[in-house]
Design a binder for this molecule. Structure first.
Ligand code: ZN
Length: 73
């Protein structure tokens, strides 16, 4: 049994479109997987959460810098 050959719109590779292939029908399995993971990650964090996270990172960087600075003296 053979499957229709499709060309991936992301990387241009040809792939077999299998009925159980996850993701988009016009993307190869590799591109479907990475894209799916990426968009899932993005949608998990709202704009507010992302802002909070970057503020947390900023504070953490500052705390580490203070720590190192104090150690030097
Ligand atoms: Zn691809």
């Amino acid at each position: 049994m053979s499957f229709p050959i499709k060309t991936c719109v992301v990387c241009g590779e040809e792939f077999e479109l299998k009925p159980d292939k996850p993701g988009f029908a016009n993307r190869c399995p590799e591109c479907s997987t990475s894209e799916a993971v990426e968009s899932a990650d993005k949608s998990r964090l709202s704009a507010e959460e992302r802002k909070a996270e970057s503020e947390t990172n900023e504070e953490r960087r500052r705390a580490i810098r203070d720590l190192l600075y104090r150690k030097d003296r």
